[in-house]
Design a protein around this ligand. Structure first.
Ligand SMILES: [Zn+2]
Length: 384
């Protein structure tokens, strides 16, 4: 059965007078709100603790802990589980767990112009349902296709939908407005508005590479300082410094795909000639391999080398520890990684700079969708 619980921070603003509104109106310093968050974080996603342990872990008094736990149980966000028998004398204590089934998040990835992919996940980011729609190659993606898929996924949810996430290529501002997405043919596309009628929940729209780097941090290997490069129809990067996604003043941090490379010759969708994505994007590499099937290793190695050349400067500039490549396995493979690694090593080698580790995303193709869903979980429940 669908649970009802308050939304902490609502993109559109919860209804006035509602419980959600009272909570959302609370200043960040509000002790009760912070206590709820501290308890949820201690249990999220799969930890079990008694009330006494939670009090110790969070530094809260036993009375406050019991109060907050009672609230969270009432909201459906915590469940009581087994009893733990004490080693010495005393009563057995009941263990509490975060209820990952208390809600669903719908998340959609628009980074591939040949198909739109969507998932329903639980509150731990586990995929419960998956839908994929093939698209005909077109210069522009019809936004109603996205709305229809979103509605379909919302209808599949068994639990209350706590948020909808869209991971899109292009530039997205803090309000979720897609300022520009050249690969989709969009300018000022507003899904927060378009999806208002689909479900009564916050809509989070985010750049796909930013979402993917967030997913790597929280659901993947958890490197705190990395560049994640997505090799899809376009080429974009997400930058994580000290666990924070760097978005930039104009929200375009990581747009390395439209930097002109010295040996680039092809015209780009952005109007320039020889951008990185005219050399290493998935369609360009697929076409080259189709024309020269015996040369696929060399084509992929050359792409890795170009990526290494493009990344050497940001690697040295930021002193990040990891470069993570994400994309389809037929292209984003060990050959590409090895070529990029040796190029970056060659170009940045210095006794002042530790070697950076290049590797393939451990999350794979779902990274952008899971990361966007994670951003919903962070915004609504503050568990991340
Ligand atoms: Zn370009």
């Amino acid at each position: 059965m669908a649970q009802n619980f308050p939304v902490l921070i609502d993109a559109q603003g919860p209804r006035r007078g509602s419980r959600a509104h009272r909570l959302a109106s609370a200043a960040p310093a509000d002790v009760r709100l912070r206590n709820r968050t501290a308890i949820m974080r201690a249990l999220y996603p799969n930890n079990s603790h008694s009330r006494a342990e939670l009090a110790k872990l969070t530094g809260m008094s036993k009375v406050s802990t019991s109060d907050v736990v009672a609230d969270l149980i009432e909201d459906g966000l915590l469940v009581e589980g087994a009893y733990r028998t004490p080693h010495g004398p005393g009563k057995p204590s009941q263990l509490l767990q975060f209820n990952v089934s208390a809600g669903n998040v719908v998340s959609i990835d628009l980074s591939d112009v040949t198909r739109i992919r969507g998932v329903v996940v639980d509150l731990a980011g586990k995929v419960m349902h998956r839908v994929e729609i093939e698209l005909s190659h077109a210069k522009c993606l019809d936004a109603t296709e996205v709305t229809k898929l979103c509605q379909r996924l919302v209808d599949m949810c068994e639990e209350k939908v706590i948020g909808i996430a869209i991971a899109t290529p292009g530039t997205v501002n803090d309000d979720g407005l897609i300022l520009e997405a050249p690969n989709l043919g969009w300018v000022d596309m507003d899904f927060v508005e378009r999806l208002r009628g689909v479900a009564d929940c916050p809509v989070v729209v985010t750049n796909d590479a930013d979402a993917a780097v967030f997913a790597e941090d929280y659901f993947g290997d958890g490197f705190s300082d990395m560049i994640l490069v997505q090799i899809a129809d376009g080429v974009g990067a997400g930058l994580l410094i000290d666990n924070n996604v760097v978005r930039g003043k104009g929200f375009t941090a990581g747009e390395i795909g439209h930097v002109v490379m010295s040996d680039g010759t092809r015209p780009c969708v952005c109007g320039k000639i020889g951008c990185l994505e005219t050399i290493v994007s998935a369609p360009i590499l697929d076409k080259a391999i189709e024309e020269h099937p015996d040369d696929s290793e060399r084509i992929i190695a050359r792409a890795g080398k170009e990526l290494g050349r493009a990344l050497a400067m940001p690697v040295a500039l930021t002193n990040i520890t990891h470069v993570v490549f994400s994309g389809v396995p037929r292209l984003v493979n060990q050959t590409m990684v090895d070529a990029a690694q040796s190029t970056i090593d060659l170009l940045t080698r210095s006794r002042f700079l530790d070697a950076v580790q290049v590797q393939i995303s451990t999350i794979g193709e779902d990274a952008a969708m899971l990361g966007a869903a994670g951003m919903v979980l962070r915004r609504v429940l503050a568990v991340m």
